[in-house]
Design a protein around this ligand. Structure first.
Ligand SMILES: Cc1cc2nc3c(=O)[nH]c(=O)nc-3n(C[C@H](O)[C@H](O)[C@H](O)COP(=O)(O)O)c2cc1C
Ligand code: SF4
Ligand code: SF4
Length: 218
């Protein structure tokens, strides 16, 4: 059964489908959307049919993370097989989708943009990955990431602070930019982080191009 993502809790929908006898569910992060518009042409949609546009399902790269969320929610709440999709363009994308709980993956937009060879490339990459990692079956990776999924009330954002390895810091200043953060100062082209002011969000760690920053657990 293909499920619409435009519901409050897709896990509940999937459970209902399971109870009604569905063999599996297919889902993609295709939330209801409208296209970009031309701001120099009275807001004419940049993509349209001859007589206009309608609310439609988003596809492609922008939907990938939404797809992960939907699939993981279903995997946590229902026990039936999941075909997961939305923005899967590379074999790594498809492996990640499986790690969030999909037994199978679905690709549409990437095939429309890059041709059928996109799918054969993804399959080839996935097979090589499995072999390299010593897995013998896709079931061994399905749902691996679910162990990290918590409810938001069980998450603690203030659980550590960021520390800089001075020798790795190239003084680019990227870690000083986050608008919510007053913990970083640049001294002699090196980042200094005040652990007391650090909120533990981890954004500077993600921004640092040389991996000079690592989060320390409190
Ligand atoms: C042009 C186009 C038409 C689609 N038509 C339908 C449809 O009629 N019914 C449906 O359930 N999904 C439809 N889909 C969604 C795909 O089946 C699939 O779930 C989704 O596109 C996967 O995400 P991706 O396009 O980013 O790979 C369509 C997708 C595209 C790109
Ligand atoms: S972890 Fe967040 S709050 Fe702490 S220094 Fe980095 S960006 Fe600032
Ligand atoms: S982002 Fe990394 S390399 Fe750049 S200043 Fe900060 S710690 Fe140094």
């Amino acid at each position: 059964v293909k499920l619409t993502p435009n519901v409050a809790d897709i896990g509940v929908t999937a459970k209902a489908a399971e109870a009604a006898g569905a063999d599996g569910v297919c889902v993609a992060g295709a939330q209801s959307s409208l296209p970009l518009v031309d701001i120099y042409n009275q807001g004419k949609p940049q993509y349209h049919l001859l007589n206009g546009v309608a609310h439609g399902s988003l596809g492609g790269p922008a939907t990938k993370l939404m797809g992960f969320s939907l699939v993981a929610n279903i995997a946590k709440k229902a026990g039936l097989p999941i075909v997961g999709g939305g923005g899967l363009e590379t074999w790594q994308d498809s492996i990640m989708m499986m790690m969030w709980g999909a037994q199978l993956v679905t690709v549409c937009t990437a095939a429309m943009w890059y041709g059928w060879e996109n799918i054969s490339k993804q399959v080839e990459g996935m097979e090589k990955y499995l072999e390299k990692m010593g897995y013998t079956d896709y079931s061994q990776i399905t749902g691996q990431s679910l162990q990290y999924l918590r409810s938001s009330k069980d998450l603690d954002a203030i659980n550590g602070w960021a520390a800089v390895e001075e020798e790795k810091c190239i003084g680019c200043g990227k870690c000083e930019k986050p608008a919510h953060c007053n913990a970083v100062t640049m001294v002699n082209k090196k980042a200094i982080i005040d652990p007391v002011k650090c909120l533990g969000c981890g954004i500077c760690e993600a921004l640092c191009p040389t991996k000079a920053i690592t989060m320390q657990m409190a």
